[in-house]
Ligand binder design. Sequence first.
Ligand code: NAD
Length: 418
Amino acid sequence: MSQANKKTPYEIAQEQFDLAAEFMGLEEDLRAILRVPKRELTVNFPVRMDDGTVRSFTGYRVQHNTTRGPGKGGIRYHPGVSLDEVRALAMWMTWKCAVVNIPFGGAKGGVIVDPTPLSLRELENLTRRYATEISPLIGADGDIPAPDVNTNQQIMAWLMDTISMHHGHLESAITTGKPLGLGGSLGRSDATGRGVSFTVAQAAKFLELDLDDAPTVVQGFGNVGSVSALMLHELGCKIIAISDVNGGIYNPNGIDPHALIKHIKRTRTVVDYPGCDRVTNDELLELKCDVLVPAALEEQITGANADRIRPKIIAEGANGPTTPEADRILFANNVMVVPDILCNAGGVTVSYFEWVQDLQSFFWDEDEINKRLKLVMDSSFHAVNDRAQAHRIPLRQAANILAIERVAEATRLRGIYP
Ligand code: NAD
């Protein structure tokens, strides 16, 4: 498909919605409400840089739906951020929160920036000014940001401090993914990758796939990719290839993710890790394996490469890594795709636990958090998989149907104001 014909993430999110809405016979008025975001904010704002110059940045915060609870979703710093991408990510957040049945709606934010060359002070200035610009939407009952690509605990701390300074008191429940010393939750930083491994374990059980030494490939080695690799390694999987933005490494005898993390602390990239062959990100996706975890960005598995991607399980750590055309090919090829809105919902689930703990000022131990996370992920996997098997439809469609049903029911019950 040419670049001009390439669908945007938002078009893909709407196509997935339409497919599920059609299958379930959703009323036209509800379709019209749910296939577009409720609220979109674009902000253009100046930031003073270390050399005294002022640079202008553009950011967004989109709330797709808040019928079942406050908007919830991460903030991304990336040069490729666009309003269209943020809309798609916000919509997927609505369905994700509904699939795991937590009382949140869907939102997302982003700033068009490559944060890597910025100094810590420039990053703080940018974060505090962006937080101020989007502050009319943000609040523990209104919209609760979290980390996403290129944002982390420190950025959540600055964001929370900025809004708290405006309000004149600590507002710890307005973001999640915060540092532990500021009302963060135990288990949050590992939660998305841990949840990925729980869904892989359930999918493997269903497929009667032995995970011991199962060749496993992970694309992206940030928060989600690195923890997924560690947890899958713990389950017995043999991690044979890993990549980051600079490229990939491959060793059919297995790569120890613990040693790789130590290596990255020194070199900041996976690519020159010793004892491995180099592969490109495209080659990596097509390696023969049982489990493939895309954990980088959107639209990695497309109509152009899907037929050559033949693992038993694709566990979508990333949001939106597979296009609808690829979904059709993978389903025909019997590849089980555990969709993003289910597979990577561990992060938002523990974000929900963090929000509950902050509101109550009462904190749980890590064991309790991980046990509760497992209960949510396992039961959600089974609810989706049972639906998929009963109707012989892909897991993504089943997950979307389950989620849309819940949001549609809440909308009908609340009614249309005024
Ligand atoms: P991150 O910034 O910690 O890591 C991103 C990783 O992807 C890095 O290793 C980076 O080098 C790599 N990468 C970037 N561009 C790439 C490319 N073109 N090819 C290959 N690798 C590339 O981000 P993260 O928080 O791990 O998020 C990764 C994905 O998971 C995103 O789609 C995000 O929306 C999704 N997600 C994150 C969370 C969370 O809790 N952090 C929760 C749910 C979903």
